[in-house]
Design a protein around this ligand. Structure first.
Ligand SMILES: C[S@@+](CC[C@H](N)C(=O)[O-])C[C@H]1O[C@@H](n2cnc3c(N)ncnc32)[C@H](O)[C@@H]1O
Length: 212
């Protein structure tokens, strides 16, 4: 039986309450500090609500806590945080498909990994806002595909690992962890997004049980 925890609050403050190495793997996707107002204007029609984005890029204190409470890390958007990260040769490139560059000015996203297993991974999941690899409802402007999180877990996690997500957003990480049988803790500062993520998670679990 897996355990899924959703915690409301500022992840830096919440992490201060965790023990050293409490989590085996943190898969995180903090704000990159770019283009949020543009996205808010462009996509607000697609969501039940689009909140004012907390666009503050995390600082040294965040990374100190993250590396203290987790043994391994996968950090999306690492090209915005190099000055806070230890050297690594081990990266993941998420290729979002051929139209992503045209629509978003970026072909994909890059993640830092603390692993030495694979120097460079490339994942392909179509994702350019309108055109996505999943039929799941979008509840968050930065919602990553569940499949992307699943692939990270398939490639880097082992049974029994405890997973941490400090910036839960839509809860895609929680769904992937549940599907693959991992205990998961997700933190989200915005209460609306946290509630939406919890509802999405509960609906998905219900559906998975029906399908099973
Ligand atoms: C880039 S989005 C994450 C999207 C997520 N990967 C997904 O698939 O939906 C970042 C999220 O972090 C939240 N956030 C920003 N600062 C935070 C903080 N200090 N603590 C916790 N959550 C925070 C934002 O509200 C936003 O929902």
């Amino acid at each position: 039986m897996t355990v899924t925890d959703f915690i409301h609050g500022d992840c830096v403050e919440i992490m201060k309450g965790f023990a050293d190495n409490q989590f085996d793997l943190a898969i995180v996707d903090p704000p990159y500090g770019i283009g949020q107002n543009w996205k808010k204007d462009k996509f607000s029609q697609f969501y039940d609500h689009v909140n004012d984005f907390n666009n503050t890029i995390p600082g040294q204190e965040y990374f100190d806590q993250l590396f203290r409470v987790s043994k391994h890390q996968i950090i999306w958007g690492c090209n915005y945080y190099w000055n806070f990260l230890p050297p690594t040769n081990n990266l993941i490139f998420w290729d979002k498909g051929k139209d992503a560059k045209k629509q978003f000015g970026s072909a994909g996203e890059l993640a830092y990994t603390s692993f030495t297993k694979y120097p460079l991974m490339k994942y392909y999941f179509l994702w350019n806002g309108c055109c996505v690899c999943e039929t799941t409802k979008k509840i968050h402007p930065h919602q990553k595909p569940v499949k992307l999180y699943e692939q990270c877990l398939i490639d880097f996690a082992h049974p029994g690992m405890k997973i941490l997500d400090t910036h839960l957003g839509s809860g895609s990480g929680a769904i992937a962890a549940y599907k693959l049988g991992y205990d998961f803790t997700g933190i989200e500062k915005d209460e609306n997004y946290l509630n939406d993520a919890r509802n999405r998670f509960n609906e998905t679990v219900k559906q998975l049980r029906i399908d099973f």
